[in-house]
Design a protein around this ligand. Sequence first.
Ligand code: ATP
Ligand code: MG
Length: 563
Amino acid sequence: MSNETADKPEHKDFIREIIDADLASGKHAGTVTRFPPEPNGYLHIGHAKAICLSFGIAQEYGGRCNLRFDDTNPSKEEQEYVDSIQEDIRWLGFDWGDDLFFASDYFDTLYGYAVHLIKEGKAFVDDQTFAEMKATRGNLQEPGTNSPFRDRSVEENLELFEKMKAGEFEDGAKVLRAKIDMAHVNMNMRDPVLYRILRAHHHRTGDKWCIYPMYDFTHGQSDALEHVTHSLCTLEFENHRPLYDWFIENLPVPATPRQIEFARLNVTYTVMSKRKLLQLVEENYVSGWNDPRMPTISGMRRRGYPAEALRNFCKTIGITKFNSKHDVALLENAVRDVMNRESERRMAVLDPIKVTITNYDEAQVEMFECINNPEDESAGTREVPFCRELYIDSDDFMEDAPKKFFRLSFGREVRLRGAYWLKCNEILKNDAGEVIELLCTYDPETRGGANPTDGRKVKATIHWVSARHAFEPAEVRLYDRLFSHDNPDTKKRNFLDHINEESFTVLTNAKLEPSLAEWKPGDSVQFERVGYFCADDMDFEEGKPVFNRTVGLRDSWAKVKSR
Ligand code: ATP
Ligand code: MG
């Protein structure tokens, strides 16, 4: 995928075209963008799209991209989120340098802007309750009605607003509203609320304020204070743009940023709203925000998704004005592309059956040289030990095999990858009738997997691990899609009813090639014939990594119809 996109002629999205035009006309000398997360949750793959866009533009145009926490809502915000957001952006490969800001740093300035509007007769203190304001707002067909408090004098408004700030009124008793137009076709322009009274502890300003500015009154002004040139946000803000522009025009701000909207990213088989992700965490459907099944950046990182794969995916889907849903298989393919190129190969037996090679000398150990990564010669080779006792995967053996089963079965022969041909002569079972061991013979003539001279053929090559040398028992965690429905979150469908019960399986008896004991947290690997995995970075003990399945070798969902 990365190669495909690199080969295509450069196509610029509509935002980059606007920027090119603004630079060409001299409207701006350079670009300043920003990424403005609200610290009320962990970042998800949708945010990755916004990050790749705004930080990507800064990189391409030699501009700047600020990281600004939009922390106007004190009750929901926490330091944990502030920290995780920074970690995730860095991991994605972007850097804000010294340009780290908090909207709360502008609270004093914003207060001054509010006073400015009052003095200009463009804002007033309203005593109506939220319910009354809602009832008088009108609707798309009908205009709203003016508040009975709309014509207060400038002096009275100044005094009341000062008192709001000083804590003389109860929470919700009054608000400050802009005085725009209660009959405006755009509902956002019908005297929007600028400030509300809220006694809540803020993660940065503590208890200094008991009034907090609304998002709309904060966002554009913060952009202007940071001299942002292009303020890129998702489509749901499109009808907030007239208000964004109204504030910029009516306030003594130092710059004129332009808001441009693009489509949100939606992906099949997942939910993306932070509120729903929080619910999955709080109600223990997952182990945390960084559960490897979560669509969060930290979950994907823990699962082993390479940052490059996320960036490539965002590049592939592009930037448009049309909301759509992308197939998660596209993201998984982007992950395979990078991991195929980068991950070393190893053999791993996840569900073992023991094999004893009865004609192989008990004292002998041979070392077979195996290629680490056929996609990358510089990854070199390694020596893999082979002896009389091995493990193979139970999937690769079948007692009563139909003709079309080409792997190991009674009386049949297979190739052990890179080693010898192996024939099964006897099946040992326990009292319960379960297969516990296979007695086999090998053909010395087939060393290194070579064909024998008598023209015999085998149709399958299977992987194996030496029982005497294996790193075992190893823990392997199989992760799959968290939801079994491709569109689990609609008005009619409750996402919690569609959790994929098989999205998480722990295997505790895996047998791995000995070198895998050296894997460090986050290191990836392809278990040959099985899938891509990475060493977990939370549950890690030196010499005993736990492996997370990142993604299978191919899309096993391709033929599954949604239930
Ligand atoms: P949610 O709806 O999940 O709570 P949000 O939009 O409230 O998300 P913010 O923290 O406000 O989350 O988002 C920060 C930035 O990321 C915003 O500019 C927003 O437009 C962008 N963003 C959020 N979700 C997506 C998405 N799914 N696709 C693209 N950009 C997104
Ligand atoms: Mg938001």
